[in-house]
Design a protein around this ligand. Structure first.
Ligand code: NAD
Length: 250
């Protein structure tokens, strides 16, 4: 017999035909959280949302504005796992979180959130003499680049060094680009096969190098984390939370 989290609490899973949507439906079942509705392209968002208390979204950033508007209208909480948002879309998520409780995380795995913590610590300890580079690899079908997780890693590095993502991030290198500057943070996206998600942060100095690596071999870790986030979010006040909040790492 499956024990249900709360008999009247129901999830809406958006992108239910996708890789993550499928994994979220399985994870919800494993955690005893009922799925009230599951939709993909062409289905009615408004009708599905009425049947649910919280949405877990792994779709496309092009869908986020429509989803935010409907969740604001129906006052539903949100777990957003979709990545690749523009600065304007990110600002609208932040604005909506003044009214709604939202967990927005570029990665829902315990391992990657530990990597975030370790990256901050290592950057602080190693100091400004180490050059910073981030390398990520994902399956051949991934659309956005760099990954949301790589972006979060660069944001952590930039935050510790007093740099800015938009200004100091260097996406790949091609041609006669000259020597690397001490300030730049390099980001490199590799695509191929069925890789679920690999991320390495390189701290390179003259004579030594530190590398922190996480490799995901299953989407279940992201999906399980997203369902855990939805459960944690239930009853929370409006605000923008991330997985570090859910895991109590702050
Ligand atoms: P996918 O292409 O397998 O699935 C996306 C699904 O969303 C598809 O079925 C698509 O039809 C559906 N969709 C797109 N637009 C829609 C709309 N307007 N309405 C309803 N459904 C819509 O992709 P995926 O691998 O499942 O990844 C989805 C997103 O999640 C990507 O942005 C990816 O980067 C991100 N992701 C995040 C994490 C994390 O931990 N935060 C982990 C893995 C993937």
């Amino acid at each position: 017999m499956r024990v249900h989290f709360m008999s009247d609490f129901k999830l809406l899973v958006t992108g239910c035909k996708g890789r993550m949507g499928q994994a979220v439906i399985d994870a919800a079942d494993a955690q005893g959280v009922p799925v009230g509705a599951a939709i993909d392209v062409g289905d009615s968002l408004a009708a599905a949302l009425e049947l649910s208390h919280c949405v877990i979204d792994f779709t496309s950033h092009h869908f986020t504005d429509e989803l935010l508007a409907e969740c604001l209208k129906q006052k539903k909480s949100m777990v957003i796992g979709t990545t690749g948002h523009t600065s304007d879309e990110l600002a609208r998520i932040k604005e909506a979180s003044k009214t709604l409780p939202i967990v927005f995380a570029s990665n829902f795995s315990v391992g990657v959130n530990t990597l975030f913590w370790l990256t901050r610590k290592a950057t602080e300890l190693l100091g400004p003499d180490f050059d910073l580079e981030v390398i990520e690899m994902h399956h051949r079908l991934k659309k956005d680049s760099p990954s949301g997780t790589a972006r979060t890693l660069v944001e952590i590095l930039a935050d510790v060094r007093g740099l800015e993502y938009d200004k100091d991030c260097r996406h790949g290198r091609f041609g006669d680009v000259g020597a690397r500057t001490p300030k730049e943070i390099g980001v490199h996206a590799i695509r191929g096969g069925d890789v679920v998600g690999d991320h390495t942060v390189v701290f390179a100095n003259v004579g030594e190098r530190v590398e922190l690596t996480h490799k995901a071999s299953s989407r279940d870790t992201f999906a399980g984390g997203a369902v855990r986030a939805a459960r944690w979010l239930h009853g929370k006040p409006a605000g923008l939370y991330d997985m570090q909040d859910v895991l109590g790492l702050k």
